[in-house]
Structures are given as structure tokens and as C-alpha cells.
Design a protein around this ligand. Structure first.
Ligand code: NAD
Length: 304
């Protein structure tokens, strides 16, 4: 996709973080925007920011887990703006948990928001693109969809699904005039790491022995340390838009992601060692923070 001016874009999860920054950057490129989220208060604020840029903008609730909402909102999109040129499937969540305490509801929720959302979105919007033989679909995955990293297991599983789905769509849609990209962000400073209780499934025994406020405080410190080296969303979006302009299948924001991908193919032993070392480093970081508060986390959780 090389021309953005006066073209129409639909974005999910646009009330915050990467989705919000995408909307602002695409407004600067004079696109017409249709932004959606479940957090309507934040979404209205983003709409106001966009209106200050004198672009056409509509904001609507769309829970990406619910196909009915997608169907209605896509109908509204076509009535208000016409054809869809750029579809950004961005909404996503992470819930921290442990392999020792698998919570099925959390897995379901994460797979619904991160993976089923894209199936819903494609079902709602692809027919219009196919009819015209043009358009660009951008799915936001994660570095956690490229290698089995230290992020929560349901999150990684969902993001590998997003990467696989996008890759499989690439050739199928290319010959029909539609471009497909997957963005694999590393750490970007957004609210995804803001501590909210529903984002962490604490070990029940840990909660029996210690005050929840104290555990929250420790996790807040851990998230802060992880995000210290994170990139600002605005800086990341510039890289993502460059990738969209080039119609790239894979869009990375740091060279390390492509190096890890290459290592996986070229040197499997090195890749296995890397996975073990990466996990060990993360577990040590978590252990260090708990120890600073007098808790040996290994008494409660063995693997994160
Ligand atoms: N921030 C990072 O470090 C990072 C890294 C890799 C991938 N990502 C991915 O980037 C995307 C955007 O995340 P972010 O970092 O901007 O997080 P964020 O929490 O700032 O924004 C996510 C947005 O999605 C919305 N949302 C959540 N559930 C929804 C639902 N059911 N329906 C509609 N909207 C919903 C939230 O309300 C929020 O506005 C996600 O897919 C995330 O997995 C982020």
C-alpha cells in the first residue's frame, strides 16, 4: 500500500497504545478513520485527538470477541466510508499465569481476543476487499509469535496463531490483489503491561500466605523493569508504516527478531540454548524482585 491519502482504515483496539498511535500517524497521512475498542471513554478521547487533525473519523464500540458486533460495525463502516483499504487487527491482551496453575478461562479469553478476533474481522471485511481485488490487512502479532519466549503461554500460543494465519493468507490473497502483513512488536511502552488484577492469575497459595497488595506491588516493579528498555509506540509506528508501504509480509521493529528467526532455521542447537537462557533470565528477574520483598517465589511457582 503506497497511497494513504483519502483512503479508508478500520482499527481495532484503537483506544490505547499501538492502536492509538497508528490512528494518529494515519491521520497525519490524511486517511479517513474508523476506530473501535471496548473502552469507550478512552476511544472518545482518541477521537477528539484525531478530530484536531481535521480528518474524517468515526468511533464505535466493537468487542473483537463478538462476531455480531463486527458484522454490525463493518456494515456501518461501509455505509459511512465506503470500501475498506486498510484493516488493522490490533486489539490484544495478555494474562500472566503459570504452567502449574492452568486457568482455562484465561486461555479462552486470550485466544478469543488475540486470535478469534482476526477470524471475525476477516470474515466481516474480506468480502469487500475481494470484490474490488484490493486492500491491505495488517495483523498485530508479537515477537512472542516468532519464538517461544517468556511471555505467558496463552499469549504466545495466540500470537503464533496470528503469525501462521497471516503467512497462510499471504499467497492466497496476493494473487487476488490483497496485501497481508504481520507486525511482530517487541516491547513497546503501552498499557498492556499496566498492572490490573485481571491480567495476572496469582498462585492461590501465594495469596494465602501474602497480602495481595504486596504481590501487586512486586509485579508492578517487575513490569516496570521489563518495560525500561521498551520503545515508544510513536517510534515503532514509523517503522510499521514503512513496512506497510513496502507490502512486507513480516514487519519487525528491531533487528533481533529477524536474527532469532534466522537462528531457528540455521542453528537449532543455538536456538534451543537461547530459549533456555532467555527463560532462566526472566525467572531470575522475577525471583530477585520477590526476594527483595522477603518472598521465595520458588516455594509457590516453578515455571512462569
Ligand atoms: N506493548 C507491547 O510491548 C506489545 C508487544 C507485542 C505485541 N503487542 C500487541 O500489540 C497490540 C496492541 O497492544 P498495546 O500494547 O497497544 O496494548 P494496550 O493495552 O495499550 O491496547 C490494547 C487495546 O485493546 C483493547 N481491547 C482489549 N480487549 C478488547 C476486546 N475484546 N475488543 C476490542 N478491544 C479490546 C483495549 O481496550 C486497549 O485499548 C496487541 O495485540 C498486543 O498483543 C504489544
Amino acid at each position: 500500500m503506497d497511497v494513504f491519502k483519502d483512503k479508508n482504515v478500520f482499527i481495532t483496539g484503537a483506544a490505547s497504545g499501538i492502536g492509538r498511535s497508528f490512528a494518529l500517524a494515519l491521520a497525519d497521512l490524511e486517511m479517513n478513520l474508523f476506530i473501535t475498542d471496548i473502552n469507550m471513554e478512552n476511544l472518545e478521547n482518541v477521537k477528539k485527538e484525531l478530530e484536531e487533525k481535521n480528518v474524517i473519523v468515526y468511533a464505535s464500540k466493537c468487542d473483537v470477541c463478538n462476531y455480531k458486533e463486527f458484522e454490525e460495525v463493518s456494515k456501518d463502516f461501509h455505509e459511512k466510508l465506503g470500501d475498506i483499504d486498510l484493516l488493522i487487527n490490533n486489539a490484544g491482551i495478555a494474562i500472566v499465569g503459570s504452567i502449574d496453575n492452568i486457568i482455562l478461562e484465561d486461555w479462552k479469553k486470550v485466544l478469543d481476543v488475540n486470535l478469534w478476533s482476526i477470524v471475525h474481522s476477516i470474515k466481516a471485511f474480506l468480502p469487500n476487499m475481494l470484490k474490488r481485488g484490493s486492500g491491505h490487512i495488517v495483523n498485530i502479532a508479537s515477537g512472542a509469535g516468532i519464538f517461544g519466549s517468556v511471555e505467558p503461554l496463552p499469549y504466545i500460543t495466540s500470537k503464533f496463531g496470528v503469525v501462521g494465519l497471516t503467512e497462510a493468507l499471504f499467497a492466497r490473497l496476493k494473487k487476488r490483489g490483497i496485501n497481508v502483513s504481520v507486525i511482530a512488536p517487541t516491547y513497546i511502552k503501552t498499557d498492556i503491561f499496566k498492572l490490573e488484577s485481571e491480567k495476572i492469575a496469582y498462585s492461590p497459595k501465594l495469596l494465602d500466605d501474602h497480602k495481595k497488595e504486596k504481590i501487586d506491588e512486586i509485579y508492578r516493579e517487575i513490569f516496570e523493569e521489563i518495560m525500561k528498555s521498551a520503545m515508544s509506540p510513536d517510534r515503532a509506528i514509523k517503522k510499521y508504516i514503512r513496512g506497510i508501504k513496502k507490502n512486507q509480509l513480516y514487519i519487525f521493529d528491531v533487528i533481533a527478531t529477524s536474527q532469532i528467526l534466522a537462528m531457528k532455521g540455521n542453528n537449532p542447537q543455538q536456538y534451543e540454548d537461547f530459549l533456555v537462557m532467555y527463560q532462566k533470565n526472566r525467572e531470575e528477574l522475577i525471583k530477585k524482585h520477590f526476594l527483595q520483598h522477603g518472598i521465595n517465589i520458588e516455594d509457590y511457582i516453578e515455571s512462569y
